[in-house]
Design a protein around this ligand. Structure first.
Ligand code: SF4
Length: 235
């Protein structure tokens, strides 16, 4: 599997677990607000290829951390585009580690297969906007039907999960947030974070300002009314 980076230790990215994170290059979306173009655009990925980390190195690292780490977070890019993701996860699990998957939900069949085979212990899925607006925000590669399929799959609770939304000034109006709340109604957890201007795929987003705490709280209240058990803001 292609691995572009590793963070050997985190207490923040896997709820209630001590974990490491690996990052996989390549993505099947092109979010205009994405901060990781070096791991999304093929012409950028190719430049970083010499610095990729081998699967063997990661597995050896995990062997050396047994008893100190509980789990591995697999993040991207978009991990589900890796053809050998499942085989890699099996090797990680064989070492006794829990696995959390971060995904954009654009490939629900991969998600279904991983859940059915009990290969993931926790899933964090980004929900970027309403299905009707997905292509405008996340590009033509985004498939809104697939996003809805992944959301509904996770809502069935076959694996612990959370949804996450990056809220962007001028993109997420109260009307849009209300539509998103309907889509996520009855789900377990939703974490909101405000967009922060850094280098983005679409340079127009670099001029956007973070949302005020007041606005974020308004959005939290809208989602809470949709019977989502936990709605919180992540910094
Ligand atoms: S899903 Fe969007 S934000 Fe995430 S890596 Fe892909 S392009 Fe970037």
């Amino acid at each position: 599997m292609l691995i572009s980076g590793v963070q050997p230790f985190t207490l923040l990215d896997y709820p209630d677990k001590v974990a490491a994170i690996i990052f996989t290059p390549g993505c099947n979306m092109r979010c205009r607000f994405c901060h990781n173009k070096e791991f999304v655009l093929p012409q950028e990925i190719v430049k970083l290829r010499p610095s990729f980390i081998s699967e063997k190195t990661i597995l050896n690292f995990l062997r050396s951390r047994k008893g100190k780490l509980d789990g591995l977070v697999i993040s991207g890019g978009e991990p589900t585009v890796q053809p050998d993701l499942k085989e890699f996860i099996k090797k990680v699990r064989a070492l006794g580690y829990l696995v959390k998957l971060d995904t954009n939900g654009n490939l629900p069949d991969v998600l279904i297969s991983l859940i059915k085979e009990h290969l993931v212990d926790y899933v964090a899925m980004d929900v970027k906007t309403t299905p009707q607006r997905y292509k405008e925000l996340a590009g033509d590669l985004a498939n809104p039907k697939n996003i809805v399929k992944s959301i509904n799959l996770l809502k069935k609770n076959s694996v612990p999960y959370e949804f996450r939304t990056t809220v962007i000034d001028g993109v997420h109006t109260e009307e849009i947030v209300k539509e998103m709340a309907q889509l996520l109604e009855g789900s377990d957890k939703l974490y909101l974070q405000t967009f922060r201007p850094e280098v983005t795929l679409d340079p127009a987003f670099e001029k956007k300002k973070p949302l005020s705490q007041e606005k974020m709280n308004t959005f939290v209240d809208i989602f809470k009314k949709a019977d989502i058990k936990i709605v919180d803001i992540r910094q």
